[in-house]
Design a protein around this ligand. Sequence first.
Ligand SMILES: *Cc1c(COP(=O)(O)O)cnc(C)c1O
Length: 408
Amino acid sequence: MSRPPFLQIDPPQRLLMGPGPINAHPRVLRAMSADMLGQFDPEMTFYMNETMALYRQVFMTENRWTFLVDGTARAGIEAALASLIEPGALTLILRTGRFGLLLSEIAERLGADIRVLDLPWGETATPDQIEEAIKQHRPRVFACIHGDTSTTMAQPLDGIGELCRRYDVLSYADVTATLGGMPVRTDQWGIDVISGGLQKCMGGPPGSAPITISDRAADFIMSRRHVEAGIRSSSQTDGSRIRIASNYFDLAMIMDYWSEKRLNHHTEATSMLYAAREAACIVLEEGLENRFARHTQASTALIAGLRAMNLEIFGQDAHRMTNVTGLWIPENINGEAVRTRMREDFGIEIGTAFGPLAGRIWRIGTMGYNAVKHKVLLTLGALEAALAAEGYPVPRGAAVDAALACWP
Ligand SMILES: *Cc1c(COP(=O)(O)O)cnc(C)c1O
């Protein structure tokens, strides 16, 4: 690719059908071009409060503490873990894929005493397996991933929060890949802290991490507040607690900033707040249940189309995410050559894979703004042509026909 340097930004139009980021909804991009406000302007704090109310609905929770951490999804993960894990705290991490590994990498830097429940990539844990591990290790904190895009499997979380409470364990789940696409039932699950991102099923750009925190977790985090003489009240401080090591990711300080106290912390990332607010408005206008159904329909049709090309779907049907699908790269087919053809000839991106699945599966997303009929059909048609060009004996026309038949 050669062209003169430093031209005005004008990226090619791509259809992003990988595991994220995906194309942002145009309304979200328009919201981001709105003018700046001072961070304590009543108009700005009004938008902040609205954003909290909107995300309570998106997370299906009554949690008072529901707001944004500025940064990509990983910022939400890091804020949650830095605030929940005290140095030396026994922390149990469920690892079934790349993002479970990330949780343990972050926890390790925080000085956690880590125990893991490891499962092969493509599997999920049963509540019994989680309870056994909790009984065996007696952790202070349990952390897991809801939809691990690296394996395209969704970990069932019903009952897990309650289980953790029974053993006095604080719980955390990363829902970056599922928020706005699959049910994230915060209150029903009873998970204490849940964080997400915008660039997957929420249909926004990367750069904001919505988070929700139960009262019991908020009390714990507030008890670790950094007391600065004269600046913060010490009334809620338990002297035995070690303060949160990160300043930027100190959820106690961020809660003070989002509370009526409006204690200055960072400057709220104004354009990202507009984006997150608009993305949540769009999700709720469509309706959560309608949205989940749209994702299920898109991935069902995608899978029908892939199977019509005699391609093998990765993982267990019972625990599949409905917004990203893994499929085995056929033998003797060069996965990267197919991806290159799709990008160069059709402007469509599909995903590769990590770790033990690298070079073995592709991952195709049906997320948010892209979980629609015509984009699924275009992707299948392009994949068919790319596979044929690489010498795979593909039954012509079968994929699009099979997928089309999935819509009424
Ligand atoms: C995509 C994804 C992330 C991404 O984090 P970023 O910091 O936004 O890159 C985190 N967790 C899961 C489960 C994901 O699928």
